[in-house]
Design a protein around this ligand. Structure first.
Ligand SMILES: NC(=O)c1ccc[n+]([C@@H]2O[C@H](COP(=O)([O-])OP(=O)(O)OC[C@H]3O[C@@H](n4cnc5c(N)ncnc54)[C@H](OP(=O)(O)O)[C@@H]3O)[C@@H](O)[C@H]2O)c1
Length: 327
């Protein structure tokens, strides 16, 4: 039987190449191939733009094993004749940690205090208390003034209860929060609500975490109606994909002072310098960085290696997001 040909990003560092199996033919794929390259199994670089440059030069690919959990660009690129697998788990820890960090940053008013630090300003107690009063629309006297908030006992709605959603839940548990879960389909233990219950569950949620894939079904899932259903001052955290939230509706809800948000992902990406999101109040933006840590690539490559071994042993692949359709 012909040896399996595995194409991997030529830029992969030596210590990661060493993880790849030796019983296959390993073919480094440059970022700018000049000729056609025949491979069976493709590990695309973890960047859509690079993958799009490479794909037209590849021949014979039957399996594309993404290094990432999100694979929208890859399925679009390779078409239905290629099996596409994601790297579920490769960035669960990093993305869950980002989510926790973003929630705590917002509740502890870190962006406010960082802004004051950059102005060498030791803030008076009234700065934090004014933020609290404004976002909660609560003008009652504070005694003493509130300089930040607590995560403890908050009601958290996790939308998407896959690998990352579960990791976020485990990390949140020590904070003594009250968690409600939503996925595509309902489950009993632990209780997971179907996505159809979203509108019903939003009014009780003080923190809403989006951690589901971007699909035609989740596109624009959070619009003006859903944002209006969130309680005054609630926090929307998007660690998933930008187009799951309708950007115009988000801008409007933030400018109205109704909610606050922390987003690692936006629609569009990148945001142009004049995009209205930059200037919205009560918003923390990071430029799609949540999954990216030094630990990510070794995990992703180990997932690819496990898939290659399955193929060599004749076992079924796992994490299939698209099974190849016969021509
Ligand atoms: N910001 C970043 O850098 C970053 C990094 C990594 C991943 N992500 C994003 O995070 C997403 C989730 O990753 P994961 O590894 O946790 O995926 P996963 O293990 O496949 O889990 C996805 C979860 O989302 C649920 N879901 C799918 N479609 C839904 C819908 N229309 N409405 C409600 N729930 C839906 C699934 O429901 P069922 O369980 O019922 O199927 C499942 O619980 C990825 O697809 C990616 O887009 C972002």
């Amino acid at each position: 039987m012909a040896q399996l040909k595995v194409g991997y990003p030529a830029a992969l560092p030596a210590e990661l190449i060493q993880l790849l199996p030796t019983e296959v033919e390993l073919i480094p794929i440059p970022s700018n191939p000049e000729a056609e390259i025949a491979i069976d199994f493709w590990i695309p670089p973890p960047a859509a733009a690079l993958g799009q440059k490479i794909w037209p030069h590849l021949r014979g690919v039957t399996v594309a094993q993404s290094m990432m959990a999100g694979t929208e660009w890859l399925t679009d690129l390779v078409g239905p004749s290629v099996t596409v697998c994601n790297a579920q788990g490769a960035h669960s820890i990093s993305t869950a940690e980002w989510t926790l960090a973003a929630i705590l940053a917002i509740l502890k008013y870190l962006p406010l205090y960082r802004d004051l630090q950059q102005r060498s300003e030791w803030c008076s107690r009234t700065k934090g208390s004014a933020v609290y009063a404004a976002i909660h629309q609560d003008q009652r006297p504070q005694f003493p003034p509130f300089m930040q908030e607590e995560l403890h006992s908050k009601r958290v709605l996790i939308v998407g209860y896959g690998d990352i959603g579960k990791t976020i839940e485990r990390m949140l548990e020590p904070f003594g929060v009250e968690i409600t879960r939503i996925a595509r389909s309902a489950r009993i233990s632990p209780e997971v609500h179907p996505v159809e219950s979203l509108d019903q569950l939003l009014p009780a949620a003080e923190i809403v975490i989006l951690i589901l894939p971007h699909t035609p079904q989740s596109h624009g899932l959070i619009g003006a109606r859903q944002l209006a259903l969130m309680p005054q001052g609630a926090l929307l955290v998007n660690s998933a994909r930008g187009p799951i939230v309708q950007t115009d509706a988000l801008v409007e809800a933030l400018n109205a002072g109704h909610i606050r948000a922390a987003v690692d992902v936006t629609d569009p990406e990148p945001l142009s310098a004049d995009h209205p999101l930059w200037k919205c109040p009560n918003l923390l933006i990071t430029p799609h960085v949540a999954g990216s840590t030094p630990q990510f690539s070794p995990r992703a490559i180990k997932i690819a290696v496990a898939q290659i071994r399955r193929l060599l042993l004749g076992e079924p692949l796992i994490n299939i997001v698209q099974a190849a359709q016969a021509n």
